[in-house]
Design a protein around this ligand. Structure first.
Ligand code: AMP
Ligand code: GLY
Length: 423
């Protein structure tokens, strides 16, 4: 089967790596892809939102499955349009993708179907939102309602910080239209787990649970980012917790998808907070996590192409995918990330790092010019170490990361370490 993958980041590099191992794969195409992904796939110069261009390419190249990597095309209805043209697609329809693209849609879904989550209110007037802060005396989380690349959330312990956050999001429109309405949420405490699963609307097959590290600096200090590193399996989620999560969280989600007639055939990412009162859902994403995917896929024993194809045609088996070992992904980010990343810096040591045992170097933001790799994004690389246990995975990831250099590189040194407050 020929496959077209949409996207160009570290997640798509990992997806391309894993798909390329499938004996079922004919030819892999990627649009628009990156210089690094070109190692596994032929690049097509088509933008992810160019539906007529995508349909024409799929017909010309006899593509049997389109895999949509990022959230923007899903939120824009690209899956619907490709399905309407008779193509098989991995990725939810626009309506179901609102589970990610609208915070209030996701919260309404959870309230309606009894999925445990933080108490919340939605407001589209700054004055009303400001007045409502008094309903959250123990701290509040202010969220831009729309898509904001993972950056539209402010965790506020004090009311004055919350007022500032509301002003920034609703008045100064720091995230554009995404902030014309906000969701206010009760502040919860606990470690976080990303539970990624293949979902065909009837079943949810979990992949290894992972923990992302969202803050820029060691010890969870500094600003929120798209994610600075991952450990999988998560130290906060053991196999014996799965039955309760299946009963209390996954079952109501699946019932809700069916009741609301949401066409979800793709990856459902359930962001959990492990609170003292049990797991609560923080958010949904409707696509593979980045950088979770870079760690999780290295553990997977099963054929990814078969899993994605069966999701796309709503025929997932009952058996969850098999996996083994542990993986740690360390993100190397540009100077100035996340606010003002500096680009165009030459990178050295990539080949040496990738040659180490158990190591994969996934490219998130690089270009190759005249044979030299250069930085081209905020998050540049996801250096992944896989091993028999978390200690070996960490050691491998950091030993490889230390071989790679570019000016101004930022990385955390504590990916996969359990902080004292959670141990
Ligand atoms: P979200 O995009 O909704 O997952 O929010 C981004 C990050 O903000 C989460 O990964 C949490 O670290 C934090 N966060 C979101 N909602 C809450 C909440 N209700 N209580 C505490 N922290 C939260
Ligand atoms: N790593 C967080 C995300 O993919 O949204």
């Amino acid at each position: 089967m020929n496959v077209l993958l949409l996207g160009s980041g570290g997640r798509e590099h990992a997806l391309a790596w894993k798909l390329s191992q499938s004996p079922q794969l004919g030819k892999l195409y990627v649009a628009p892809g990156s210089d690094a992904i070109a190692q596994y796939a032929e690049r097509l110069p088509i933008k992810a939102l160019d539906v007529p261009g995508l349909i024409a390419a799929c017909k010309e190249k006899s593509v049997g499955l389109v895999v949509i990597g990022p959230e923007d095309p899903l939120a824009a209805g690209v899956a619907d349009a490709l399905r309407a043209a008779g193509l098989m697609v991995f990725g939810p329809n626009k309506e179901a993708a609102q589970l990610e693209s609208s915070k209030s849609f996701a919260k309404e879904f959870m309230t309606k179907h009894g999925v445990p989550t933080a108490r919340w209110e939605r407001h589209n007037s700054f004055e009303m939102a400001k007045a409502a802060l008094r309903n959250f005396p123990d701290g509040v989380v202010v969220k831009a309602d729309g898509l904001a690349a993972g950056k539209g959330v402010r965790v506020c312990h004090a009311p004055s910080t919350a007022e500032g956050a509301l002003e920034e999001i609703m008045v100064k429109l720091a995230h554009g239209d995404a902030g014309s309405s906000v969701v206010l949420e009760e502040l919860m405490e606990g470690p976080e787990v990303s539970l990624l699963g293949l979902c065909d609307g009837k079943r949810f097959l979990p992949l290894p649970p992972a923990s992302d590290h969202k803050r820029l600096m060691d010890g969870d200090e500094g600003p929120n980012t798209g994610g600075m590193g991952v450990i999988a399996p998560s130290p906060y989620f053991s196999a014996d917790m799965l039955p309760a999560v299946e009963k209390n969280i996954i079952a109501p989600i699946l019932r809700g998808l069916a009741k609301d007639k949401l066409d979800f055939r793709g990856l459902l990412y359930i962001g959990l907070m492990m609170t003292p009162a049990g797991p609560r859902v923080l958010e949904f994403n409707c696509r593979f996590g980045d950088p979770e995917t870079q760690a999780v896929l290295t553990l997977l024993d099963d054929d990814l192409l078969v899993l994605l194809e069966r999701t796309a045609c709503a025929q997932l088996p009952a058996q969850a995918p098999l996996w083994h070992g542990a993986a740690v992904t360390v993100v190397l980010a540009s100077e100035g990330y996340p606010m003002h990343p500096v680009l165009g810096r030459p990178i050295t040591g990539l080949a040496e790092a990738a040659a180490r045992p158990g190591v994969l170097v996934f490219h998130a933001g690089t270009v190759r010019e005249d044979g030299i790799w250069k930085t081209s994004g905020g998050r540049v690389l996801g250096v992944t170490g896989a091993g028999k246990d978390p200690a070996e995975a960490r050691q491998r990831a950091y030993a490889a990361a230390d071989l790679i250099e570019f000016e101004g590189v930022q990385l955390r040194r504590d990916i996969g370490k359990i902080p004292a407050r959670h141990s």
